[in-house]
Each structure stands twice: as C-alpha cells, then as structure tokens.
Design a protein around this ligand. Sequence first.
Ligand SMILES: [Fe+2]
Ligand SMILES: [Fe+2]
Length: 210
Amino acid sequence: MKSNYYDKDVLSYIDNSIILHPLFEQWYEIVEEILLNDEFQKRKIFPHHHKLSVWDHSILVSFRSFLMARIFNADIRVCAIAGLLHDFYPWSWVYTEELELLDDGKYLVEVRTKHSLFKMHGFTHAKAAAENYVKYFPELENPKITNAIKRHMFPLNIIPPRYKEGFIVTTIDKINSVHELPSPSVIPGKIKESFNKGAIVQFFKKDRVK
Ligand SMILES: [Fe+2]
Ligand SMILES: [Fe+2]
C-alpha cells in the first residue's frame, strides 16, 4: 500500500482560522515552497501531540511565530520558516501502521532504537531538525533559522536561542504544545489506557518498540 499523503492543494490541509486571517497571504508567500515539498508533506502522517500531526503543529507554530514577529519587530521570514521547520526531524517518535508502510518503514528507526535518557527524542530532535532542514532546503539555510530550530527545546536543551526570532519560536512552540494536550478531565483515562497497553511498563524496560 502506498500512502497518499501528497497533495498539491495545500490549502485543504490548513486550518480555516489561519486561511481566513487577514495576514494569511503574506505568510503563505514565505512558506509555500516548504508546504509543497514532498518530504515536508510526509509530516501530515507523523503523529505529534494528542490528535495533531507534525504538519498541523508546525503550521500553527509557524503562523503564530510570524504574527508575534510583527509585534516584536523581529524578522517575519525567519520566524515563519523556523516555526515551520522546527520539528522537521528525520524520524517519527510515534509508531503508526501507515508509517510502517512508508518508504520501507525508515521513519520508524527512532521508535525501534533503545536510547539512554539524554539520547531520547526530546533531547535530540532539535539538533536533528536543524541538520535535516539544510538537507532538504539548502537554499533556505540561514544562521538565524538554524539557531532558532536548534535551540527551540530550551530549557530542556540548556543552551538558549541566540536571536529574538528563536525566543519567539520556542515560546510559541511551548504555548501550542500546552494547548494541544488533552483536557485535564481525560488525562486519568489516558494514563489508564497507557497501563492497559503496557506502554509505561515497556518504557521502564527501555523497550519502546510497538
Ligand atoms: Fe520540538
Ligand atoms: Fe514543536
């Protein structure tokens, strides 16, 4: 089975609240090339937090960082691009059957690898994304974009961003990630579900292969 993640009609995969925003066209002009890219479109099927994909999350972080850049007189292009590519790491940290079938399962290498704590996704993906964006978008390479992507996991990764654009992206990323979590009322059910699936037990066994 071939995954049909790719679609030239990018607008069908962007939330209406963004499309209807008066500044949408200005943002879209900056990021269109990335959104049409085959490798980036695969992020539609990479799970992120809760029910969002990496595609959905990255678009939200990009658009909101772009808006915040206007308020703080920062570089809107840098914020839009770094926001979109900040989680462009070359793997998925969650298993899905669809990813198993995509390109011989190569995106599941992280799920299948046992790591010590500091080599786990949360600690390593920012640097990996900073390298991966240069691989797929060499023409976009720019020290401010690279630094914003590489440092977006501050303070988990202890070195802070060097430029204000990086502070904007990391702040928006955190605000979004909190909003993307399930509501507190469903968290006990989620924990119970995890125990039932043996996920937590597997985690402590350092066996995260599904
Ligand atoms: Fe991230
Ligand atoms: Fe993120």
